[in-house]
Design a protein around this ligand. Structure first.
Ligand code: IPM
Ligand code: MG
Length: 382
């Protein structure tokens, strides 16, 4: 595998709030190792950190400062920790930390959110489901990320007690559905060739359009099998028979809900990674877990979701799939060694519970070892 010499990749880190800074710092430890090996291949990796969310409200008075957005737009890829926390809960909707994240997703046009759910080695017994019900689980959730009820207008509140009312709008244009459907079908072609599209067509107009457009896109992929599920039934099927699914395609809010459910199914939201992709420009990579204010600053958070998001960044934004595989392999290796953060430490035989920072160091060490031995075998590893 050859890669052009003399390329330089600039990344932006957005640690954010709660456990965000801790998991991003652990991912940074892994990046330092990757940088050292990439340099030998003539590839420069550099990064800078910028504030977002509550941290940006404190520092710059708003959740998505211009400087953060400009840096993100100019980067190859953006790795984000988490946003939000009780401190900012009383702010008006547009001033909240979450508005920073939603504004960033929208500004980068990252409409296709890929959330893979697989069972990592050694975590089979950690799922609340029976081991035989989750063995071999490998689902890719494709969530539409820049439309639907998250962004629909009009929205707002009116009236005074006892006549208060609130309004949100769920709206989709067919182009928004079509482009994310293509991402799902193309992904399925590289996987098991099956797409399950999830909607609520028995009730919602947007869902009726969703299903129509997905059917049209499906006609362009005769090699992919498509089926449709209503979101309530899907919520049940994901805990009854999660193994039967390959690619799951759905709109923004349904995808938000089903991705947390998949986190529960694989045993912890802490290990789940995501990539949010646009047609052009940088991708945005985030662990699926939130800011978890209750454990923030205690070195308890699981950084594997952030580290696996870094692997997705290497694959999708840097065009370095072998580096992505090596990072994933390093995560598998530390889990095989029995190392666990508290959320996935079930007290099993040979398991040792370690903190966020040590987990980052262990993954980095495993990565260094695998890259070192590979390099001895093949000098053009990347
Ligand atoms: C997620 C989160 C976000 C979302 C929040 C923090 C705005 O729950 O990425 O799943 O709802 O998209
Ligand atoms: Mg969510």
């Amino acid at each position: 595998m050859t890669e052009e010499k003399g390329v330089s990749h600039q990344l932006v880190l957005l640690p954010g709030d709660g456990i965000g800074p801790e998991v991003i710092s652990a991912a940074e430890t892994v990046m330092v190792t990757a940088r050292e090996y990439l340099r030998r291949e003539g590839i420069e990796l550099s990064w800078e950190a910028k504030p977002i969310g509550g941290a940006a409200i404190e520092e710059a008075g708003k959740p998505l400062p211009d400087e953060t957005l400009t840096a993100a737009q100019a980067a190859k890829g953006v790795l984000l920790g988490a946003v939000g926390g009780p401190k900012w809960d009383r702010l008006a909707p547009q001033e909240r930390p979450e508005a920073g994240l939603l504004g960033l997703r929208r500004a980068l046009s990252v409409y296709a959110n890929l959330r893979p759910a697989t069972l990592l080695p050694g975590l089979e017994g950690h799922s609340p489901l029976r081991p035989d019900a989750v063995a071999g689980l490998n689902v890719l959730l494709v969530r539409e990320l820049t439309g639907g009820v998250y962004f629909g207008q009009p929205r707002g509140r009116s009236g005074e007690k006892p006549a208060r009312s609130a309004l949100d709008t769920m709206a989709y244009e067919e182009g928004e559905i079509r482009r994310v459907a293509h991402v799902a079908f193309r992904s399925a072609q590289r996987r098991q060739g099956r797409v399950t599209s999830v909607d609520k067509r028995n009730v919602l107009e947007t869902s009726r359009l969703w299903r129509e457009v997905v059917e049209e896109v499906a006609n362009e992929y005769p090699d992919v099998k498509v089926e449709h599920q209503l979101v309530d039934a899907m919520a049940m099927l994901l805990v009854l028979r999660p193994q039967i699914f390959d690619v799951v395609l759905t709109e923004n809010m349904f995808g938000d809900i089903l991705s947390d459910e998949l986190g529960g199914v694989v045993g912890s939201l802490g290990v789940m990674a995501s990539a949010s992709l646009a047609d052009d420009g940088p991708g945005l990579y985030e662990p699926v877990h939130g800011s978890a204010p209750d454990i923030a600053g205690k070195d308890l958070a699981n950084p594997l979701g952030a580290i696996l998001s870094l692997a997705m960044l290497a694959e999708h934004s840097l065009g370095l799939p072998l580096l992505a595989r090596a990072i994933e392999g390093a995560v598998d290796e530390v889990l095989r060694q029995g190392l666990r953060t508290q959320d996935i430490g079930g007290g099993g035989q040979g398991e040792k519970v370690i903190g966020t920072r040590e987990m980052g160091e262990r993954v980095a060490a495993a990565l260094a070892q695998s890259l070192h031995s590979r390099q001895a075998l093949n000098a053009t590893y990347f």
